[in-house]
Unconditional design. Structure first.
Length: 484
């Protein structure tokens, strides 16, 4: 199989528009590839059954057999052949369906020449690497379906893809929830790219990383002289993102006064720059993200309930990595391939021992922690195989043998007069927290692992029962990677 300009890959181009077929044919032939063109999906499928291709580039919207149907047929002919789809802004649902079914990538009309050339190069390189991995002693890892960096075929991730496809062009605000490191910003960017706002700006700001006064200026802008240092008028992100999308990451960290101003934006679509007197109309889709339980903050009085309901029009929840362990090998393969390419290395196969350690570890820092661990491992590994010795120590030494002490507890009998279930559950939970801390020598990350919960959940429960202070001289907090 060929790849790259020198080796002359065989590429099948499928489009019902003659002009687009001719354009792609000439472009790819100039890159040194052999090109066969088909006017529809049925002809393309017939050609694929009779001859081997290194890559297929197909329009999505075609009569008789569209690009998604062609993709399914090609999977029966050759499951490994990469397929690039050409789509329009309005076809978000079909595009995401195709990505779920294993399309390599897509380009959106109108596209630039360098964009399509770059996608073709990546697809052919991925095919070459897959072939090299198949020829290696280690078994090839299954290619991961990805939408803008989102990788996974688990049922929970498929549900996320379905929601994205349904709401990409819906006007309502989106609230993305999930633990730190689960990929909330990637989902926000995916929503924007699949929406009819895709040609307009996508802006993002971390509400927890900027002081309150500066955050207000960043969001709403300011006029000259509004405060010390405001020497010129400045447009805020809500203006800059006009027509596009704005991600408010860590929205729970926003102060109450600023929450009131954000509420007005959502209600009236008007902003006023800091120090200004004029209202400015804005058309921006707001996407909020948080790793906190906003309902708990509402009860504590630190987050406005009316703002919550304005933001929570379209909720999307990202599952933690420990709840989709079947996706770990896919993520590992994706990250290893990327980091090896970035470092100009041949893709390293993964030893069974290393994959076993990666698959059993609970990943309190989620996908971000896995990504960081693999980037470190690739940098340290001296052999041609990624071994367990290059993984971080906490992954190599983690022991899941004490993962669920609660499973050994017998439930209390219900007395004749009945009982208060909440009190009983609280007593049991408090007892288990203390026992886990004792077993872990006061190290909270280890105690959380013993109970089979993540670090944030463990800390929340400690605070709930007034146990957040270290108990005894040996007690200490060791935050896992990726946790704030």
């Amino acid at each position: 199989m060929g790849s790259g300009k020198d080796s002359g890959a065989r590429i099948l181009v499928v489009d019902d528009e003659p002009g687009m077929r001719d354009f792609l044919t000439i472009l790819l032939q100039r890159e040194g590839h052999q090109v066969v063109a088909a006017a529809n999906g049925k002809d393309a499928l017939r050609l694929a059954r009779g001859s081997r291709f290194d890559l297929v580039i197909s329009d999505i919207r075609m009569p008789h057999l569209d690009g998604v149907g062609l993709l399914g047929g090609l999977r029966d002919v050759d499951p490994e052949i990469p397929v690039i789809l050409i789509t329009a802004f309005a076809s978000a649902s079909s595009t995401i369906d195709a990505m779920q079914q294993g399309a390599f990538d897509y380009v959106t009309k109108p596209f630039k020449v360098e964009e399509i050339k770059g996608v073709v190069t990546r697809a052919l390189e991925a095919q070459r690497l897959r072939a090299a991995a198949a020829a290696s002693p280690e078994p090839a890892r299954e290619a991961a379906p990805a939408i803008e960096g989102l990788v996974g075929r688990s049922p929970k991730m498929v549900e996320v893809y379905k929601v994205i496809s349904k709401v990409a062009n819906v006007a309502g605000t989106v609230l993305i929830t999930g633990e730190s490191g689960t990929g909330k910003e990637l989902v926000a960017r995916t929503l924007h790219r699949h929406s009819d706002r895709a040609t307009k700006p996508f802006m993002a700001i971390n509400c927890g990383a900027i002081p309150e006064q500066l955050l207000e200026s960043e969001l709403f802008g300011h006029v000259k002289g509004a405060f010390t240092g405001a020497v010129v008028n400045k447009a805020g992100l809500l203006e800059v993102a006009h027509g596009g999308s704005l991600l408010l990451d860590e929205v729970a960290e926003m102060s109450l006064p600023l929450q009131v101003k954000l509420l007005r934006v959502l209600q009236d679509r008007l902003i006023r720059r800091v120090g200004g007197t004029e209202d400015i109309g804005v058309d921006v889709r707001l996407i909020a993200a948080t790793n906190k339980q906003l309902q708990d903050l509402i009860r504590k009085g630190t987050f406005r309930e009316d703002l919550f309901y304005r933001l929570n029009v379209i909720p999307i929840h990202l599952p933690p990595l420990r709840e989709r362990p079947e996706d770990i090998p896919l993520l590992v393969g994706s990250f290893v391939s990327r980091f090896c390419q970035q470092n100009r290395l041949a893709v390293k196969p993964i030893s069974e021992e290393a994959m076993g350690l990666l698959s059993r570890y609970p990943w309190p820092g989620n996908v971000r922690e896995l990504e960081n661990a693999l980037e470190r491992a690739i940098a340290l590994e001296q052999s041609d195989v990624l071994t367990a010795g290059s993984l971080p120590e906490e992954i190599r030494t983690w022991q899941p043998s004490e993962a669920a002490p609660a499973a050994t507890l017998a439930p209390p009998a219900i007395p004749p007069e009945g009982l208060n279930l909440e009190d009983v559950v609280s007593q049991v939970e408090r007892k288990l927290l203390l026992e886990a801390l004792e077993k872990a020598g006061g190290v909270q990350t280890k105690a959380a692992q013993i109970l089979g919960i993540n670090f944030r959940s463990f800390r929340y429960r400690l605070k709930k029962y007034g146990l957040e202070r270290p108990r005894g001289p040996s007690a200490r907090v060791e935050r896992p990677a990726g946790e704030a």
